[in-house]
Design a protein. Structure first.
Ligand code: PGA
Length: 254
């Protein structure tokens, strides 16, 4: 039994004040308590403020990126050591990091290993481009990203994987639920080869890409899909809390 997880990736949105208000509104909407790990991932500059805002609630905090060294001459970077006292999660290898900032499988792997070593749970992202998808290369691409990204992760360390087809991110064109479920099954199989059967069986694997309150049921209704990494819709407190509530009720069913 894997506990469902919904993470909100706020990307480069919200000022510190806006982030605190959004977190307050989300905490208010989820006050009743739901059996879903709910993670807010605001920009770096708002992490501390949001950590104070959600103190005493069930909400968890995640960063959107991290470097793999603890300290040193790395201008502009944030380390596991800095994050670990306030964040339980960190998004790593998001396709925007890979595509816009040139992050390679090797760099993402360094980060994933540094996160687990620091006791921060990585939300490790993988996904194929439209071109790769259309030329039938999805399996090959995901197999490479998952094997390279998880290489050397010690067994027994928790990792969350997010499958985010790049063509579905921010486009309003979400993947088909059944297809995403099958692809996530494939990812779980590849992860088993690296982490071991048991760890891959208990690892939570999320779908991401144009998830909304209108389509979340299609994804979390799939046995293989343990939740979602939500971008745009996570900036609206009402819609985000609705996504969490639907996930709780759908996953509670036998
Ligand atoms: P989206 O983004 O929900 O806006 O498509 C998802 C993500 O990039 O994590």
């Amino acid at each position: 039994m894997r506990r469902p997880l919904i993470a909100g990736n706020w990307k480069m949105n919200t000022t510190v004040e806006e982030a605190a208000s959004l977190a307050t509104a989300i905490a208010g909407g989820l006050q009743a308590g739901y059996a879903v790990d709910t993670v807010l991932c605001p920009p770096f500059i708002s992490l501390y403020r949001v950590s104070e805002t959600i103190r005493g609630t069930a909400l968890k905090l995640g960063a959107q990126n991290m470097y793999f060294k603890d300290s040193g001459a790395f201008t502009g970077e944030i380390s596991p050591l800095m994050l670990k006292s306030i964040c339980q999660y960190v998004i790593l290898g998001h396709s925007e990091r890979r595509q816009i900032f040139g992050e390679t499988d090797q760099l993402v792997n360094e980060k994933v290993r540094a996160a687990v070593a620091a006791g921060i749970i990585p939300i490790f992202c993988v996904g194929e481009t439209l071109q790769e998808n259309e030329s039938g290369k999805t399996g090959e691409i995901l197999t490479r990203q998952v094997s390279e990204g998880l290489k050397g992760v010690p067994s027994g360390k928790e990792v969350v994987i997010a499958y985010e087809p790049i063509w579905a991110i921010g486009t309003g064109r979400a993947a088909d639920g059944t297809q995403a479920g099958q692809t996530i099954g494939l990812i779980r199989g590849v992860a088993a080869g690296i982490l071991g059967q048991q760890a891959a069986g208990t690892a939570r694997i999320l779908y991401g890409g144009s998830v909304t309150a209108a389509n979340i049921a299609e994804f979390v209704g799939e046995h293989q899909i343990d939740g979602a990494l939500v971008g745009g819709a996570s900036l609206k407190a009402g819609e985000f809390t609705d996504i969490v509530k639907q996930t709780a009720s759908l996953k509670a069913k036998p």
